[in-house]
Ligand binder design. Sequence first.
Ligand SMILES: [Mn+2]
Length: 318
Amino acid sequence: MKRQIAERIRQARTIALCSHVRPDADSIGSGLALLFMLRQLGKDAVFINADRAPYPVSKLPGCEQIQNGQIFPRPFDLLVLIEGSSEERTGQKRLQDYACVHIDHHAASGEGVDLQASWVVPGAAAVGELVYELGLELGVEFSRDIAFNLYAAIAADTGSFKYSNTTPASLAIAADLARRGGFSPFEVSDLLFNSNSQEKVLMLTRVLSTLQLELGGRLAMIHFRRDFLDRLSLKDIETEDIIAIARSIDGVQVLLFFKEIAADYFRVSIRSRGDISARQVALAYQGGGHAHAAGFFYRGSLERAKQEIARMVADQFR
Ligand SMILES: [Mn+2]
Protein backbone atom coordinates (compact mmCIF):
# COMPACT_ATOMS: atom_id res chain seq x y z
CA MET A 1 0.00 0.00 0.00
CA LYS A 2 2.91 2.32 0.76
CA ARG A 3 4.17 1.85 -2.82
CA GLN A 4 0.74 2.60 -4.27
CA ILE A 5 0.57 5.83 -2.30
CA ALA A 6 4.08 6.80 -3.40
CA GLU A 7 3.09 6.08 -6.99
CA ARG A 8 -0.05 8.25 -6.75
CA ILE A 9 2.07 11.04 -5.34
CA ARG A 10 4.63 10.75 -8.13
CA GLN A 11 1.88 10.98 -10.76
CA ALA A 12 0.19 14.04 -9.25
CA ARG A 13 1.28 17.62 -9.85
CA THR A 14 -1.03 19.48 -7.47
CA ILE A 15 -1.56 17.91 -4.05
CA ALA A 16 -3.48 19.01 -0.96
CA LEU A 17 -2.78 17.48 2.45
CA CYS A 18 -5.39 17.40 5.15
CA SER A 19 -5.55 15.95 8.66
CA HIS A 20 -8.36 15.79 11.18
CA VAL A 21 -10.49 18.25 13.12
CA ARG A 22 -8.96 19.35 16.44
CA PRO A 23 -5.52 18.44 15.09
CA ASP A 24 -2.74 17.20 17.38
CA ALA A 25 1.07 17.18 17.14
CA ASP A 26 1.14 13.84 15.28
CA SER A 27 -1.24 14.94 12.54
CA ILE A 28 0.33 18.40 12.21
CA GLY A 29 3.97 17.28 12.42
CA SER A 30 3.37 14.44 9.95
CA GLY A 31 1.47 16.71 7.56
CA LEU A 32 4.18 19.40 7.64
CA ALA A 33 6.91 16.83 7.04
CA LEU A 34 5.02 15.41 4.10
CA LEU A 35 4.35 18.93 2.77
CA PHE A 36 8.09 19.65 2.70
CA MET A 37 8.81 16.26 1.11
CA LEU A 38 6.31 16.95 -1.67
CA ARG A 39 7.77 20.39 -2.36
CA GLN A 40 11.23 18.81 -2.51
CA LEU A 41 9.82 16.54 -5.22
CA GLY A 42 8.69 19.63 -7.13
CA LYS A 43 4.99 19.24 -6.36
CA ASP A 44 2.63 22.14 -6.04
CA ALA A 45 1.54 21.16 -2.52
CA VAL A 46 -0.55 22.79 0.21
CA PHE A 47 -1.66 21.69 3.67
CA ILE A 48 -5.26 22.67 4.42
CA ASN A 49 -6.99 21.93 7.73
CA ALA A 50 -10.46 22.76 8.96
CA ASP A 51 -9.18 23.70 12.43
CA ARG A 52 -6.16 25.65 13.60
CA ALA A 53 -3.26 23.89 15.30
CA PRO A 54 -3.40 24.43 19.07
CA TYR A 55 -0.50 25.86 21.11
CA PRO A 56 2.26 24.60 21.41
CA VAL A 57 1.81 22.47 18.26
CA SER A 58 1.53 25.78 16.41
CA LYS A 59 5.27 26.31 17.10
CA LEU A 60 6.34 23.34 14.94
CA PRO A 61 8.56 24.50 12.07
CA GLY A 62 6.48 25.66 9.11
CA CYS A 63 3.15 25.54 10.93
CA GLU A 64 2.31 29.08 9.74
CA GLN A 65 2.15 27.66 6.20
CA ILE A 66 -0.94 25.58 6.98
CA GLN A 67 -4.09 27.07 5.50
CA ASN A 68 -7.30 26.90 7.50
CA GLY A 69 -10.62 26.24 5.87
CA GLN A 70 -12.17 24.13 3.14
CA ILE A 71 -10.36 22.43 0.28
CA PHE A 72 -13.43 22.46 -1.97
CA PRO A 73 -13.87 23.93 -4.58
CA ARG A 74 -10.15 24.30 -5.36
CA PRO A 75 -8.93 21.69 -7.87
CA PHE A 76 -6.18 19.22 -6.94
CA ASP A 77 -4.85 16.12 -8.67
CA LEU A 78 -4.66 14.33 -5.33
CA LEU A 79 -5.64 14.69 -1.68
CA VAL A 80 -3.55 12.99 1.00
CA LEU A 81 -5.64 12.42 4.12
CA ILE A 82 -3.60 12.01 7.30
CA GLU A 83 -5.39 10.32 10.20
CA GLY A 84 -8.91 10.77 8.91
CA SER A 85 -10.76 9.47 5.93
CA SER A 86 -14.29 10.79 6.32
CA GLU A 87 -15.90 14.20 5.96
CA GLU A 88 -16.78 14.14 9.62
CA ARG A 89 -13.22 13.41 10.76
CA THR A 90 -11.51 15.83 8.35
CA GLY A 91 -14.14 18.56 8.66
CA GLN A 92 -13.95 18.86 4.87
CA LYS A 93 -16.94 18.85 2.55
CA ARG A 94 -17.21 17.32 -0.91
CA LEU A 95 -14.29 14.93 -0.48
CA GLN A 96 -15.99 12.64 -3.00
CA ASP A 97 -15.06 15.20 -5.67
CA TYR A 98 -11.35 14.36 -5.24
CA ALA A 99 -9.02 11.42 -5.74
CA CYS A 100 -7.83 10.63 -2.22
CA VAL A 101 -5.21 8.50 -0.53
CA HIS A 102 -5.19 7.92 3.21
CA ILE A 103 -2.44 7.21 5.76
CA ASP A 104 -3.37 6.28 9.30
CA HIS A 105 -2.56 4.30 12.41
CA HIS A 106 -6.20 4.17 13.52
CA ALA A 107 -8.93 2.14 11.88
CA ALA A 108 -10.98 4.58 9.80
CA SER A 109 -14.22 4.47 7.87
CA GLY A 110 -13.50 6.06 4.49
CA GLU A 111 -17.21 6.76 4.24
CA GLY A 112 -18.23 8.87 1.23
CA VAL A 113 -14.63 9.28 0.08
CA ASP A 114 -13.05 8.14 -3.19
CA LEU A 115 -10.12 6.31 -1.60
CA GLN A 116 -7.60 5.18 -4.20
CA ALA A 117 -5.36 3.73 -1.53
CA SER A 118 -5.62 3.46 2.24
CA TRP A 119 -2.50 2.58 4.23
CA VAL A 120 -3.45 1.80 7.80
CA VAL A 121 -0.96 0.31 10.27
CA PRO A 122 -2.61 -0.06 13.69
CA GLY A 123 0.70 -1.17 15.25
CA ALA A 124 2.40 2.13 14.41
CA ALA A 125 2.67 4.39 17.44
CA ALA A 126 2.17 7.51 15.33
CA VAL A 127 1.28 8.31 11.75
CA GLY A 128 4.68 10.05 11.79
CA GLU A 129 6.31 6.60 11.61
CA LEU A 130 4.41 5.90 8.39
CA VAL A 131 5.28 9.27 6.84
CA TYR A 132 8.93 8.51 7.69
CA GLU A 133 8.68 5.23 5.76
CA LEU A 134 6.91 6.99 2.91
CA GLY A 135 9.75 9.52 2.80
CA LEU A 136 12.26 6.68 2.43
CA GLU A 137 10.11 5.18 -0.34
CA LEU A 138 9.95 8.55 -2.12
CA GLY A 139 13.71 8.95 -1.76
CA VAL A 140 13.57 12.44 -0.29
CA GLU A 141 16.29 14.05 1.77
CA PHE A 142 15.31 14.39 5.43
CA SER A 143 15.95 18.08 6.00
CA ARG A 144 16.01 19.45 9.53
CA ASP A 145 12.39 20.61 9.35
CA ILE A 146 11.16 17.30 7.96
CA ALA A 147 13.02 15.28 10.60
CA PHE A 148 12.08 17.64 13.44
CA ASN A 149 8.39 17.51 12.58
CA LEU A 150 8.35 13.73 12.29
CA TYR A 151 10.24 13.31 15.54
CA ALA A 152 7.75 15.65 17.25
CA ALA A 153 4.85 13.65 15.80
CA ILE A 154 6.18 10.40 17.24
CA ALA A 155 7.29 11.92 20.55
CA ALA A 156 3.80 13.38 21.03
CA ASP A 157 1.81 10.24 20.29
CA THR A 158 4.07 8.09 22.48
CA GLY A 159 4.05 10.61 25.36
CA SER A 160 7.82 11.04 24.94
CA PHE A 161 8.30 7.31 24.30
CA LYS A 162 6.57 6.39 27.55
CA TYR A 163 3.17 5.04 26.49
CA SER A 164 2.45 1.37 25.85
CA ASN A 165 2.30 1.99 22.08
CA THR A 166 6.08 2.70 21.97
CA THR A 167 7.93 -0.01 20.04
CA PRO A 168 11.58 -0.66 19.16
CA ALA A 169 10.65 0.68 15.69
CA SER A 170 9.46 3.98 17.21
CA LEU A 171 12.80 4.36 18.97
CA ALA A 172 14.84 3.37 15.92
CA ILE A 173 12.95 5.82 13.70
CA ALA A 174 13.31 8.60 16.27
CA ALA A 175 17.06 7.98 16.53
CA ASP A 176 17.42 8.08 12.76
CA LEU A 177 15.42 11.33 12.57
CA ALA A 178 17.51 13.03 15.26
CA ARG A 179 20.68 11.98 13.46
CA ARG A 180 19.51 13.08 10.01
CA GLY A 181 17.94 16.32 11.23
CA GLY A 182 20.86 17.32 13.43
CA PHE A 183 18.64 18.55 16.29
CA SER A 184 18.69 17.43 19.89
CA PRO A 185 15.68 15.49 21.20
CA PHE A 186 15.54 17.99 24.04
CA GLU A 187 14.59 20.77 21.60
CA VAL A 188 11.48 18.80 20.70
CA SER A 189 10.55 17.95 24.30
CA ASP A 190 11.12 21.54 25.31
CA LEU A 191 8.79 22.73 22.56
CA LEU A 192 6.07 20.15 23.13
CA PHE A 193 6.12 19.41 26.83
CA ASN A 194 7.70 22.35 28.65
CA SER A 195 5.39 24.87 27.05
CA ASN A 196 2.34 25.03 29.25
CA SER A 197 0.58 28.36 29.48
CA GLN A 198 -0.46 29.63 32.91
CA GLU A 199 -4.08 29.25 31.88
CA LYS A 200 -3.59 25.64 31.04
CA VAL A 201 -2.02 24.77 34.38
CA LEU A 202 -4.74 26.69 36.21
CA MET A 203 -7.26 24.67 34.23
CA LEU A 204 -5.50 21.49 35.29
CA THR A 205 -5.91 22.41 38.94
CA ARG A 206 -9.63 23.00 38.43
CA VAL A 207 -10.24 19.72 36.63
CA LEU A 208 -8.09 17.70 39.04
CA SER A 209 -9.99 19.16 41.98
CA THR A 210 -13.03 17.22 40.71
CA LEU A 211 -11.19 13.91 41.21
CA GLN A 212 -13.37 11.24 42.71
CA LEU A 213 -12.18 7.69 43.51
CA GLU A 214 -14.68 4.85 43.58
CA LEU A 215 -14.76 1.04 43.73
CA GLY A 216 -12.03 0.88 46.34
CA GLY A 217 -9.74 3.17 44.39
CA ARG A 218 -9.94 1.22 41.14
CA LEU A 219 -12.12 3.77 39.34
CA ALA A 220 -11.14 7.43 39.01
CA MET A 221 -13.54 10.04 37.67
CA ILE A 222 -12.84 13.64 36.76
CA HIS A 223 -14.96 16.16 34.97
CA PHE A 224 -14.77 19.41 33.12
CA ARG A 225 -17.54 22.01 33.06
CA ARG A 226 -17.82 24.58 30.30
CA ASP A 227 -17.85 27.42 32.82
CA PHE A 228 -14.32 26.41 33.90
CA LEU A 229 -13.18 28.17 30.74
CA ASP A 230 -14.95 31.43 31.46
CA ARG A 231 -12.44 32.98 33.81
CA LEU A 232 -9.46 31.86 31.78
CA SER A 233 -8.73 33.04 28.29
CA LEU A 234 -9.03 29.53 26.91
CA LYS A 235 -11.28 28.41 24.10
CA ASP A 236 -10.86 24.73 24.70
CA ILE A 237 -8.71 22.43 26.79
CA GLU A 238 -6.05 19.91 25.92
CA THR A 239 -7.22 16.91 27.91
CA GLU A 240 -4.48 14.32 27.45
CA ASP A 241 -2.28 15.65 30.27
CA ILE A 242 -5.13 15.71 32.74
CA ILE A 243 -6.16 12.19 31.79
CA ALA A 244 -2.55 10.99 32.11
CA ILE A 245 -2.23 12.36 35.65
CA ALA A 246 -5.53 10.90 36.85
CA ARG A 247 -4.86 7.50 35.33
CA SER A 248 -1.37 7.35 36.84
CA ILE A 249 -2.75 7.01 40.38
CA ASP A 250 -1.63 3.73 41.97
CA GLY A 251 -4.41 1.16 41.87
CA VAL A 252 -6.57 2.99 39.35
CA GLN A 253 -7.64 0.60 36.62
CA VAL A 254 -10.30 2.70 34.96
CA LEU A 255 -10.45 6.41 34.40
CA LEU A 256 -13.55 8.28 33.27
CA PHE A 257 -13.26 11.83 32.07
CA PHE A 258 -16.51 13.74 31.49
CA LYS A 259 -16.22 16.81 29.35
CA GLU A 260 -19.31 18.99 29.17
CA ILE A 261 -19.89 20.19 25.63
CA ALA A 262 -23.46 21.47 25.97
CA ALA A 263 -26.11 21.53 28.67
CA ASP A 264 -26.51 17.94 29.91
CA TYR A 265 -24.34 16.64 27.09
CA PHE A 266 -20.89 15.15 27.71
CA ARG A 267 -18.05 13.63 25.82
CA VAL A 268 -16.81 10.75 27.95
CA SER A 269 -13.26 9.44 27.59
CA ILE A 270 -12.50 6.12 29.18
CA ARG A 271 -9.06 4.63 29.80
CA SER A 272 -8.45 1.21 31.30
CA ARG A 273 -5.73 -1.30 32.14
CA GLY A 274 -5.46 -5.06 32.09
CA ASP A 275 -8.61 -7.08 31.54
CA ILE A 276 -10.97 -4.15 31.85
CA SER A 277 -12.27 -3.15 28.43
CA ALA A 278 -12.79 0.55 27.82
CA ARG A 279 -14.20 -0.33 24.44
CA GLN A 280 -16.93 -2.54 25.91
CA VAL A 281 -18.21 0.35 28.01
CA ALA A 282 -18.06 2.72 25.02
CA LEU A 283 -19.96 0.31 22.79
CA ALA A 284 -22.86 0.27 25.26
CA TYR A 285 -23.27 3.97 24.40
CA GLN A 286 -22.68 3.68 20.64
CA GLY A 287 -19.12 4.88 21.02
CA GLY A 288 -15.92 3.15 20.01
CA GLY A 289 -12.19 2.93 20.40
CA HIS A 290 -9.48 0.53 21.48
CA ALA A 291 -9.46 -2.00 24.34
CA HIS A 292 -7.78 0.47 26.69
CA ALA A 293 -8.82 3.84 25.27
CA ALA A 294 -12.32 4.59 24.07
CA GLY A 295 -14.95 7.29 24.08
CA PHE A 296 -18.60 8.09 23.62
CA PHE A 297 -21.22 10.80 24.07
CA TYR A 298 -23.69 10.90 26.96
CA ARG A 299 -26.91 12.86 27.19
CA GLY A 300 -28.15 13.48 30.72
CA SER A 301 -26.97 14.97 33.98
CA LEU A 302 -23.40 14.54 35.16
CA GLU A 303 -24.55 12.87 38.37
CA ARG A 304 -26.60 10.30 36.50
CA ALA A 305 -23.79 9.69 34.00
CA LYS A 306 -21.28 9.02 36.78
CA GLN A 307 -23.59 6.64 38.64
CA GLU A 308 -24.67 4.75 35.58
CA ILE A 309 -21.23 4.30 34.04
CA ALA A 310 -19.57 3.50 37.37
CA ARG A 311 -22.09 0.68 37.78
CA MET A 312 -21.21 -0.63 34.35
CA VAL A 313 -17.49 -0.55 35.19
CA ALA A 314 -18.21 -2.31 38.51
CA ASP A 315 -19.87 -5.15 36.55
CA GLN A 316 -16.60 -5.74 34.73
CA PHE A 317 -14.72 -6.11 38.00
CA ARG A 318 -16.88 -9.10 38.96
MN1 LIG B 1 -1.68 9.85 15.78
